[in-house]
Design a protein around this ligand. Structure first.
Ligand SMILES: Nc1ncnc2c1ncn2[C@@H]1O[C@H](COP(=O)(O)OP(=O)(O)OP(=O)(O)O)[C@@H](O)[C@H]1O
Length: 730
């Protein structure tokens, strides 16, 4: 099933004139609801571009109409066990927050309060009709992604840690670690919590919107239906994305510019993901931004609805065309229509399944699936094993990773996943158990043994597997013991070093890491011959390196190049996300390749990025003496002895013999997230940036073993040893 795309045009604002309205609504067939949007070609007003979506709403559409027609029908699917994802997309000031949250009056309420109202209504009805046999519980979590960091909206800003909450990949799903989940038994309770959390959301006035959202907000509503025989969990995710903004029009100050760059970058990556999915490319760049990792468009299951918000007026002409092009590609994305499995079991299962929402009023989730979890189930004591024959309804999955087989093998792997899940779920929870709840090693081993037996592994192989696990555990213990500092630094020195490191990281976080990421992405685009995208990345990097002549020169040169290409080849666009015309063909792959080779040979962006940094380092600011401060922190690491097996042992190169520690290290490296990588032992910001740079230049998607990691430019075996000894297991 495809993503359902609906478009909504807001009324003209106070400063916009009715006569400047350029977006009109039509229907494919006169007697049906409107589903076509028309907008003139900016280069030839007489020509109209048409875009068809599932539904289109004009400026007169009410909140009630939009909800009744589009969102209300999903409620029964949610109760049927499907996850539902709704997200609002659009340029700043086009009405996303108005659509999702809305105003306070009854008529103005947006999709989210109406959805909750419908959920509670249906829940009460189910409970009543079942004569009390069924119970429905609702819990919510709410967080924002601000400057590419995840913050719990139940935490006031002053209590947040600057780095935000970590996100992890857990069995193919992205999860936020340490998020608050709050039960809410009534609509009133929900509204209270929702309003309270919204106070914590980052908003500011910009020239284009007096209450502009400076973050992507993600609300997850978890629905748990409990009966004597089974428990069913499903999730509704409602996402209010921040709007892209053209900073030539915003007059943003530096702080707003940095926010804006971060918003634009994540939306740009989203557009890249959608484009890669629509072109059926094997690599979808989800990992390049936290928002795209979390949204996982095309990877999540259940129902997905995108609400495209548009402004009607001419001043948004180019932006509107970009949004329409984006939506046009999004509507082609296939989503797995998989319902969550009910969990069979007696009252024991019910207790376990609802433990997280019937306990104290605030619950910390150990590890929580964000958007949708197709199998976010809880297994009870009397689990019935005959559910594995349940059929998956659709198989159109696009993944970050190349899929080895299609069709039948996918069904098989789905079943396999279930078998694995069952093995895990025997311990009573589907999410990662807390340390206290973690089963004993022997239980884990015996369940693995059982899983292996189910999979038809030979006795010999199983024993081998077990003894390897024991070895791994022993090695881990030894590593942990050795990674303790043998000698603590004097308290005063340690404090000074910490303060110094903190200052350095604060400075780097704000002005280097992000900016460099843009430069790196620009380089990637140049290498692929995508000059318009590269230009956009360079422009996004500019606020971080203001006044940098090299960067400005690069932008000028690229602009000239693009202009030159346009006039000579009559090619209307190279990057469809930032050009007006709908669905125009791109340059031929052969031409692209030729261009890529030519550009690559000239391109020195990454080095230039280092130059930019170099100039930054030369400043007189006391914090800029990084090399020195880094050097002074070194003794901490040199006190520790490396405790890795030698590089020529299997552990270095054979993924099968990887310890959990190694796997965790590689997982962190493969995030390509500078802030995570620089948290590794022995890795400073510069090295983290170099690693990310080297990863971006690799031909393969991910690093799969330590040998590969050690071979990266600027890494080396000693660094690998350091990084590995400093990593904990997950
Ligand atoms: N359908 C609508 N009817 C009436 N007013 C609307 C409508 N849509 C938007 N508005 C008004 O337009 C203004 C901008 O809307 P809103 O803040 O929802 O935009 P946004 O897309 O969320 O912007 P940003 O991305 O900057 O947060 C608000 O004053 C809002 O009330």
């Amino acid at each position: 099933m495809s993503v359902r795309v609906i478009a909504r045009i807001r009324p003209p604002g106070k400063a916009e004139l009715e006569k400047d309205t350029i977006v009109t609504v039509d229907s494919a067939n006169d007697d049906t609801n409107p589903n076509i949007l028309k907008i003139p070609n900016p280069k030839n007003e007489a020509e109209l571009f048409s875009f068809q979506f599932n539904s289109v709403y004009d400026q007169h559409a009410t909140q009630q109409q939009l909800f009744e027609n589009e969102v209300s029908p999903t409620v029964k699917h949610l109760f049927g066990g499907f996850d539902v994802t709704l997200f609002a997309y659009g340029v700043t000031g086009t009405g996303k927050t108005h659509t999702m949250r809305g105003g306070k009056s009854l008529a103005d309420r947006g999709v989210i309060p109406r959805l909750l109202s419908a959920i509670y209504r249906r829940a009460r009805k189910i409970e009543k009709d079942s004569g009390g046999d069924k119970q429905v519980e609702v819990a919510m979590s709410y967080y924002e992604i601000y400057n590419d960091r995840v913050f719990d909206l139940f935490e006031p800003p002053e209590k947040r840690t600057p780095a935000g909450l970590p996100i992890r990949d857990n069995g193919g799903k992205t999860v936020v670690v340490g998020l608050t989940e709050r039960p809410c038994t009534t609509l009133k309770e929900f509204e209270y919590l929702y309003d309270q959390a919204n106070v914590n959301r980052s908003t500011s006035a910009t020239k284009l919107n007096a209450h502009s959202s400076r973050s992507h907000a993600i609300l997850c509503v978890k629905l748990t239906q409990i009966s004597d025989s089974h428990t069913l969990v499903s999730t509704a995710s409602a996402i209010d994305l921040a709007g892209s903004e053209d900073n030539r029009r915003t007059d943003n100050n530096r702080e707003r510019l940095v926010e804006s760059a971060s918003i634009n970058k994540s939306l740009f990556v989203l557009a890249q993901c959608v484009e890669a999915i629509s072109k059926k490319q094997s690599r979808i760049p989800y990992r390049e931004s936290k928002m795209t990792r979390i949204l996982s468009l095309g990877q999540n299951n259940g129902l997905t609805i995108m609400i495209l918000n548009l402004a009607p007026s001419r001043s948004y002409h180019q932006d509107t065309l970009s949004s329409l092009n984006f939506a046009n590609r999004t509507k082609k994305i296939e989503v797995n229509e998989i319902e969550n499995e009910p969990v069979f079991g007696g009252p024991g299962a019910v207790t376990k399944a609802t433990a997280s929402i019937t306990g104290p009023s605030i619950q910390r989730q150990p590890l929580r699936a964000i958007s949708v979890a197709s199998h976010n189930v809880h297994v009870g004591a009397n689990e019935k094993p005959d559910k594995t024959d349940k059929l998956v309804k659709a198989f159109s999955v696009y993944s970050d990773k190349q899929r080895s087989q299609e069709g039948k093998s996918q069904a098989l792997s789905h079943q396999q996943k279930r078998t694995d899940k069952r093995t895990l779920d025997i311990h009573g929870t589907s999410s990662r158990p807390s340390k206290l709840m973690r089963p004993s090693e022997s239980v884990t081993r015996s369940s693995k043994f059982a899983a292996g037996a189910q999979q038809g592994l030979s006795q010999e192989l199983l024993e081998d597997l077990i003894s390897r696990r024991i070895d791994e555990k022993l090695a881990e213990k030894a590593l942990e013991a050795q990674s303790q500092p043998t000698q603590a630094l004097p308290e005063d020195l340690q404090r000074r070093l910490d303060a110094l490191e903190q200052r350095v990281s604060e400075k780097e976080d704000g002005s280097r890491g992000e900016g460099l990421q843009f430069l790196l992405m620009a380089k990637q685009h140049v290498a692929r011959g995508e000059n318009s995208s590269a230009l956009r990345m360079y422009e996004l990097a500019l606020p971080y390196f203001k006044g940098n002549e090299k960067l400005e020169g690069k932008i000028r040169a690229l602009k000239e190049k693009i202009e030159g290409q346009k006039s000579t080849t009559q090619s209307l666009r190279e990057d469809p996300c930032h050009d007006g015309a709908p669905e125009l063909s791109n340059a031929s792959p052969a031409r692209r390749k030729r261009k890529a080779v030519r550009d690559d040979s000239k391109d020195d962006d990454y080095d230039e990025g280092q130059d930019v940094l170099g100039e930054d380092d030369d400043c007189e600011d006391e914090h800029c003496s990084k090399p020195k401060s880094r050097a002074t922190t070194k003794p901490k690491t040199t006190l520790r002895k490396p405790a890795l097996p030698s590089p020529d042992t299997n552990t270095f190169s054979d993924p099968l013999t990887q310890t959990p520690r190694t796997a965790h290290l590689l997982q962190i490296i493969n995030t390509r997230d500078i802030s995570q990588i620089r948290g590794l032992k022995g890795v400073g910001a510069k090295r983290a940036e170099a690693i990310v740079g080297a990863l971006c230049e690799m031909d393969v998607d991910d690093i799969t073993d330590l040998a590969q990691l050690g071979a990266l430019k600027g890494v080396g075996l000693k660094t690998v040893e350091n990084m590995r000894t400093g990593v904990g297991c997950i």
